[in-house]
Design a protein around this ligand. Structure first.
Ligand SMILES: NC(=O)c1ccc[n+]([C@@H]2O[C@H](COP(=O)([O-])OP(=O)(O)OC[C@H]3O[C@@H](n4cnc5c(N)ncnc54)[C@H](OP(=O)(O)O)[C@@H]3O)[C@@H](O)[C@H]2O)c1
Length: 330
């Protein structure tokens, strides 16, 4: 009789350099996981190569599903089908979600069909909505080693501005943005993703809706060596962001962002499967590779509970989720 699978692992951006490495390493080291890998284009060469690499490891349970984070419709469709499949026992309950996909753009893009900045929606709002819409598929888990959501962060959030996406200036579609502005835009999307996902985690913990560990892991790679930038800008200048703690910036300088995708993927897999101490509210974890920190010491903004609460409610509205599903009544 075949050994039963022990959980589903969802990885977004599996066609990317980091996402594909994470998928391959999990397939190698945790053969009893079902891998539900997502890509915008399931027929791309990258996906084909990844599928072959996984098959070459021997019998593995994996599939590639279409998911476009620039569309809430696509996110909802993927999440609904996943929850339905978990319910009927077609795939095991979710034990891990890695929000890895991201985009950087150095030109003025058209707003998404949902009316948001493309980078903001892809990097922040869509992974947030995906996590919420998959909650039921996590909830059906028997707990075990603990269910987790890992958000892939980036030190470029030190360039981020909280209100970057509030100011919609009208620009000619496709006109160039310039490196500095592109980095601020990308960094802002990552800063807001971090903050929002920790706010979600706190809210879920406080309302005891689900025991789900949600945290950020910074893979500290050489930024913009990847394909997610539409142009390769010069090496980013590091600014001391007011919202980030100094030790974090020092760490970033020291590690000098030189890790390979393989090294970063090793850290993700370790943190994803190693036993994790329970993170209480105010003591949430933040990882730089596999090194563990408290998010309160790394991203100062997360100490501002009032902002976190307001931002969570606003974002729930933006993605069309009723806040009573997530937040406790005040
Ligand atoms: N590279 C670095 O130096 C570095 C440093 C720090 C942090 N990170 C973080 O690591 C993660 C992975 O980056 P990477 O280096 O692997 O970049 P990458 O090779 O460019 O991969 C990005 C992935 O995101 C996917 N993606 C983009 N837009 C999407 C959308 N609308 N819907 C669904 N998927 C979409 C891409 O899919 P397609 O194949 O369809 O384009 C691709 O799979 C990102 O979160 C990034 O911020 C990277």
């Amino acid at each position: 009789m075949a050994t039963p699978l022990n959980g589903t692992v969802v990885i977004t951006g599996a066609s990317g350099s980091l996402g594909s490495k994470i998928a391959l390493k999990i397939a190698r080291r945790h053969p009893l996981c079902h891998l539900l890998l997502t890509a915008r284009d399931v027929w791309s060469k990258k996906v084909e190569v990844l599928s072959e690499d996984i098959r070459s490891l021997g019998p593995r349970s994996f599939e590639i599903a279409k998911l476009d984070l620039a569309s809430f419709r696509s996110v909802r469709k993927f999440a609904k089908s996943t929850v339905d499949r978990v319910r009927i026992g077609d795939i095991p309950s979710i034990q891990l979600l890695v929000n890895c996909a991201a985009i950087a753009s150095f030109k003025a893009d058209a707003f998404t069909e949902d009316g948001f900045d493309l980078v903001y929606q892809t990097n922040c709002l869509a992974p947030f909505l995906l996590t919420i819409d998959l909650l039921e598929a996590f909830r059906l888990s028997d707990g075990g080693n603990g269910t987790r959501v890992i958000n892939i962060g980036c030190s470029l959030m030190s360039h981020g501005k909280l209100d970057y996406f509030d100011n919609h200036t009208s620009r000619k579609i496709d006109s160039p943005l310039g490196v500095d502005e592109g980095l601020i835009r990308f960094g802002s999307s990552k800063l807001l993703l971090n903050t929002l996902m920790y706010a979600l985690r706190r809210s879920l913990a406080m309302t005891s809706k689900i025991d789900l560990s949600i945290f950020t892991l910074d893979p500290t790679r050489a930024s913009y060596s990847s394909r997610h930038a539409t142009k390769t800008p010069a090496k980013p200048r590091m600014k001391t962001g007011l919202l980030l703690a100094i030790p974090y910036m020092t760490q970033m300088f020291l590690t000098n962002m030189i890790n390979s995708a393989s090294r970063s993927a090793d850290a993700v897999v370790k943190v994803a499967f190693d036993p994790l101490k329970h993170d209480r509210i105010g003591e949430e974890k933040y990882f730089v590779l596999e090194d563990e920190y408290y998010v309160r010491d790394m991203v100062k903004l997360t100490n501002d509970h009032e902002f976190m609460e307001i931002f969570l409610r606003q974002s729930l509205m933006d993605v069309g989720v009723a806040d009573e599903e997530i937040v406790s009544p005040v």
